[in-house]
Ligand binder design. Structure first.
Ligand code: KIV
Length: 273
């Protein structure tokens, strides 16, 4: 992390991201939840690292994102910030920390910023959470919105299927996206919605629209790191491109280690003191 933001010209800022949209440059965003992974993701040249509440699934093995706590998100965000030199680090506000009332939302948002030193927060929802969004922005904290398939509402949706396929939901999504931009959000994530709708939103907004399962006519893309590296097996949505098969690589390496230990071929003479 830069000691003082303006001193480090390489550091990605929310302003630089908005400029990237103006310049027609695409934005790459990926999740990370730990120091070692974040170091690799940052050094590769990522624009935004998202400390997603998908840590609940990926790191803790929960079925949904709902159980992860504020303390746990702060723990993950701290580790990622320590590893990151260039990328903008965005931390998800976990379920239950910003839906109850705006004052509590600001208190929780300030805690994440103060303790983790991340750069911005992401909140799921539109007009329902607008008062909280405004108050957090008023406190000087940048916010990225998140619309479409918002996993914290999975119990309301009842399914992880594509959202906003019907006219009413699409119209609400468009008006929510404008409301978030008007409130002062610096970006919006659109998850699992028709590509045509995402393209329309991206063309109407001046802030970057980052898609996940939202087609390519948006301003950038985000994926979950464990999914795109092929560490997770069962999760196979259409939008997910696997860039590696780390599960097989890791299984083979770990299997070889077990064999070497059992056969006493590890450690060898050079690997001891
Ligand atoms: O938590 C997360 O990983 C996310 C992305 C899927 C956008 O919110």
């Amino acid at each position: 992390m830069a000691g003082y933001l303006v001193e480090d010209a390489r550091k990605v800022t929310t302003h630089r991201l908005i400029q990237m949209k103006r310049d027609g440059k695409k934005i790459a965003m990926l999740t990370a939840y730990d120091y070692t992974t974040a170091q690799i993701v940052d050094a590769a040249g990522m624009d935004i690292i998202l400390v997603g509440d998908s840590a609940s699934n990926v790191m803790a093995g929960n079925m949904t994102t709902l159980p992860i706590t504020l303390d746990q998100m702060i723990y993950h965000a701290k580790a990622v910030v320590r590893a990151t030199k260039r990328a903008l680090v965005v931390c998800d506000m976990p379920f239950g920390t910003y839906q109850a009332n705006p004052t509590e939302s600001v208190t929780n948002a300030i805690r994440i910023m103060k303790e983790s030193h991340c750069d911005a927060l992401k909140l799921e929802g539109g007009v329902e959470i607008l008062e909280s969004v405004r108050k957090i922005l008023d406190a000087g904290i940048p916010i990225c919105g998140h619309l479409g398939l918002t996993p914290q509402s999975i119990n309301k949706f009842g399914t992880y299927t594509v959202r906003a396929k019907d006219e009413a939901e699409a119209a609400k999504l468009i008006s929510d996206a404008h409301a978030l931009e008007d409130a002062g959000c610096f970006a919006v994530v659109l998850e699992k919605i028709p590509a045509k709708l995402a393209a329309q939103v991206a063309s109407e907004l001046t802030i970057p629209v980052i898609g996940i399962g939202a087609g390519h006519e948006v301003d950038g893309q985000v994926l979950v790191v464990a999914d795109m590296l092929g560490m997770t097996k069962g999760f196979t949505p259409k939008f997910l491109r696997r860039y590696a098969d780390l599960s097989t690589i890791m299984t083979d390496a770990i299997g070889q280690y077990i064999t070497d230990v059992k056969n006493v071929t590890f450690p060898n003479d050079e690997e001891q003191y």
